[in-house]
Design a protein around this ligand. Sequence first.
Ligand code: 5GP
Length: 138
Amino acid sequence: MTYDPANIFAKILAGDLPCHKVHEDETALVMMDIFPQSKGHTLVIPKAASRNLLDADPKALAAVMPLVQRVARAVKAATNADGIRLAQFNEAPAGQTVFHLHFHIIPAYEGVALGTHGGGKADDAELAALARDIAAKL
Ligand code: 5GP
């Protein structure tokens, strides 16, 4: 399996498609998932091109994990979530739908079931507000 540079996250990284951006640095882009599994579902997308974990450069993984932790903490603080699920899918049979490596940071709320993976689209104004709130906690 090879990396397809026309994937949707590559287009977002290139600025050719919009996103609700939380943060960007030389390592990664952080944005809201537009089909969230819970309120505050955030994606960390390393800039280094790889399909997923399996073909990623270990150096790129090492560079991005501290940011994944920072964002997880910020999402928890901004949403008052009771827990955080970290998810990452590798190839379609495992649930991957966008073939550029990314980490899901999914808030979990006591007594609230998580939505389905790839469920309904969230309201843009709500996503914009969440992106601002999470950025403020980074
Ligand atoms: P995967 O299934 O590949 O692990 O996750 C892809 C994620 O990207 C899904 O959770 C899906 O909701 C999200 N997604 C798909 N298209 C877009 C998009 O255009 N913008 C954003 N922000 N998220 C997207």
